[in-house]
Design a protein around this ligand. Structure first.
Ligand SMILES: [Zn+2]
Ligand SMILES: [Zn+2]
Length: 152
C-alpha cells in the first residue's frame, strides 16, 4: 500500500507541476499578446490579472475580450484607409464639364476651364477661395467685402 501511495503522491505532484507550468506559460503568452494589442497600461494589467487569477478560464475569457487587432494590424489598416481617403480627396471633377480632374490642376484637361490660380509671388498652385498663399504668405486675392473674422 505504501508504494501505491508514493506513486499517487508523485503523480499528483507531476500533474501539479504540469498545471503550474501551463499556467505560467499562459501568463507569459498573455503578457506578450496584450502588449502587441494595446498600449493601455490598465488594459494590460487587467488582462494579466485575469489570466493570473483565473487559470484556464482566464485565458478563455481573455481570448474573447482581447482587442481584435494587434497594433501592427491596426496601423496597417489605418494606412490603407488613409491612402483610400487621400485618393477620394484628390479625385475631383470639373464643375463645367464633369471631366475627372485633380486637386493640383490649374485647368480642366478637357474644357480648359480655369480651376485654380497660381500665386504671383511664388508661382505655386492656389485655390481661388484662399485669401492668402499658404506657401509664401502672399495676400494675392483682395477679397471683395472682407468677412469679419474677429474672435468672440
Ligand atoms: Zn472641364
Ligand atoms: Zn505664394
Amino acid at each position: 500500500m505504501e508504494s501505491i501511495g508514493r506513486v499517487l503522491t508523485y503523480g499528483i505532484a507531476l500533474l501539479g507541476a504540469f498545471a503550474a507550468s501551463l499556467w505560467l506559460a499562459s501568463i507569459v503568452w498573455c503578457y506578450h499578446d496584450i502588449r502587441a494589442r494595446t498600449l493601455d497600461i490598465y488594459v494590460r494589467l487587467f488582462a494579466l490579472l485575469l489570466v493570473t487569477l483565473l487559470p484556464l478560464l482566464g485565458v478563455a475569457l481573455y481570448m474573447v475580450l482581447r482587442p481584435r487587432e494587434t497594433l501592427d494590424e491596426a496601423y496597417e489598416r489605418s494606412l490603407g484607409e488613409e491612402a483610400l481617403l487621400r485618393e477620394i480627396e484628390q479625385a475631383e471633377y470639373c464643375p463645367t464639364c464633369g471631366h475627372r480632374s485633380h486637386n493640383d490642376y490649374l485647368l480642366c484637361p478637357n474644357c480648359q476651364t480655369q480651376l485654380r490660380t497660381t500665386c504671383p509671388k511664388c508661382d505655386r498652385v492656389n485655390e481661388f477661395h484662399w485669401p492668402v498663399c499658404p506657401y509664401c504668405g502672399n495676400r494675392h486675392h483682395a477679397p471683395s467685402g472682407e468677412i469679419d473674422v474677429h474672435e468672440h
